[in-house]
Ligand binder design. Sequence first.
Ligand SMILES: Cc1cc2nc3c(=O)[nH]c(=O)nc-3n(C[C@H](O)[C@H](O)[C@H](O)COP(=O)(O)OP(=O)(O)OC[C@H]3O[C@@H](n4cnc5c(N)ncnc54)[C@H](O)[C@@H]3O)c2cc1C
Length: 419
Amino acid sequence: MTQGAGVEGTGGSVRDAEVTVIGGGAIGCAVAFTLSRAGYRDIQVLEQGELAGATSGQAAGLVGQVRATRDRCLLAMSSVALYARIEQDTGYTADWRQTGSVRIALTPERVAEFRALAATARSAGLEVEFLSAARLAELCPMLDTAPAMAALWCPTDGYLQPNSLVMAYARAARDRGVTFAARTTVTGLRVTGGAVTGVRTDRGDGATEMVINAAGPWAGAVARLAGQDLPVVPVRHEYFVTRAVPGWHAGLPVLRIPDLRLYARAEGPGILCGGWEAGALSLDPGHVGIGQVLAVSPDWDVLTGFAADFALLAPAVTQAEVRAVFRGFPAFSPDGRFIVGPVPGLRGFVMAAACNAHGVSGSAGLAGHVLESLQPDPSPYVRSLSPARYCPRTWDWESARAQAQSIYENYYAVHQPRG
Ligand SMILES: Cc1cc2nc3c(=O)[nH]c(=O)nc-3n(C[C@H](O)[C@H](O)[C@H](O)COP(=O)(O)OP(=O)(O)OC[C@H]3O[C@@H](n4cnc5c(N)ncnc54)[C@H](O)[C@@H]3O)c2cc1C
């Protein structure tokens, strides 16, 4: 989980390129990798800091395939298939561990929700199973499982190291000719005759035929450079990692305990635990500026609350020493759905944003959606992710922010379907 590791060859500078990807996080690098594999020949990635240096490098790396809709299950399944074979295919590892995951219900409403989730998963061809109490205790010997009313097991889930994944995408893309310019901030876009024709940066300009906006929590600011208002809302998220705790090791399953609004997994011999706050902290999407530092200090009241809640199942967590806090501003949309595809009315300007905290786990699938959105006849699902739903602007910034924040706050609420 180191931050900001460079990739060989990222010291390049901005140039003329057929496709320019703005942002070197999980999404930008996945898009560059996916487009280069699909035959796009001339791609550059421009990154204001270092690859994986912003939101992606802070992620917990959980990859869950059990989702509220079949389309989201399929997206996550295609992503897992890629993570499992990326090293074999490219020679670069994402440090993927297929540990399986257990989702624990503490209320009857949640048990009912799990049944619906299991049905959706099975309709997508994903293997899931309800565990007996004995099997749950066997798979999770580090927990007090007595409070569990049901446990849904997905054996093909797991976790990866986000930094490794981003570097794997970047190195594999570079091997296909993609160029990377780190420490290069896009400060302007050239628009001629209704089409994007170039980028301006603090290190020079370049002509381009297509800009892909993968700027994470800054994607709204980058869209404004093209005269477009899009509701990309940064919402704070954080988790802690402890020093070694007896009984915890890297092979344990990933845990989700939605009734406590928590997730957890082992990070080496320690506990990684994070959650979805009931009263979240979001930023005004209309005022996030290009290059603005989005700093987050650890909020110890919130983090201590996560530990106190998790102690119901893992009492040892309250005694464990915290060794690190990871945090950032993942971007959410007002309807909880990705904003992916060409922006209507501005040729060559394509969105790959608003990952709703699914941007590491879903990066491979989401990049596939970007590719599909550029082709003549995208599926109805991919079309439904189009930024067209927010253009022209009939919404207001304050409502967009409130709705996106509510998506975050209800991330683990008893399931409401969304795509
Ligand atoms: C604490 C935490 C835990 C998380 N856990 C998970 C998890 O377990 N699983 C999961 O799937 N997701 C998780 N997420 C969410 C996940 O991190 C994001 O969805 C994902 O990183 C988004 O990737 P991105 O590439 O869109 O954004 P980023 O990683 O932020 O990348 C965007 C990049 O664009 C660059 N950029 C912005 N503006 C410009 C500009 N003008 N010029 C040039 N470059 C620019 C930025 O510097 C940045 O590097 C977590 C997030 C946080 C904060």
